[in-house]
Design a protein around this ligand. Structure first.
Ligand SMILES: [Zn+2]
Length: 115
């Protein structure tokens, strides 16, 4: 299946296309699918692409082209390469002892669907 998007807006059309494909195919795993986009996916859409296991992505405009018209994802790409403590938005771990309980329950679940 081929997914087509135009990534002009903050709506993040790659994610809309992925969601539509998942609903249409009744799966969250899009192996065997390719995504076509007017622009190199932003970091958020790239994450969705990886999570959905899409096989291949084709794009027209580069992230540099996007920056020229003020759709600049460079800041986010730069942030991702930093250690958490070096990022602009403070991100702190809290309540791990409580949070880990949910993961422990999930890990023991026998009927879970693996991503
Ligand atoms: Zn995006």
């Amino acid at each position: 299946m081929a997914l087509y998007t135009a990534s002009f807006s903050a709506i993040k059309l790659e994610i809309v296309a992925i969601r539509n494909a998942c609903q249409r195919l009744n799966t969250f795993n899009l192996e065997g699918c390719e995504l076509y986009s007017s622009c190199e996916p932003c970091p958020m859409c790239l994450s969705a692409i990886y999570w959905s296991h899409i096989d291949k992505v084709y794009y027209g405009n580069s992230r540099e082209d996007a920056a020229k018209i003020k759709f600049d994802d460079k800041f986010i790409y730069d942030e991702l390469s930093l250690e958490i403590k070096e990022r602009k938005i403070p991100i702190s771990q809290i309540s791990r002892d409580e949070a880990i309980k949910a993961f422990n329950i999930w890990e023991k679940e026998e009927n879970k669907i693996r991503y």
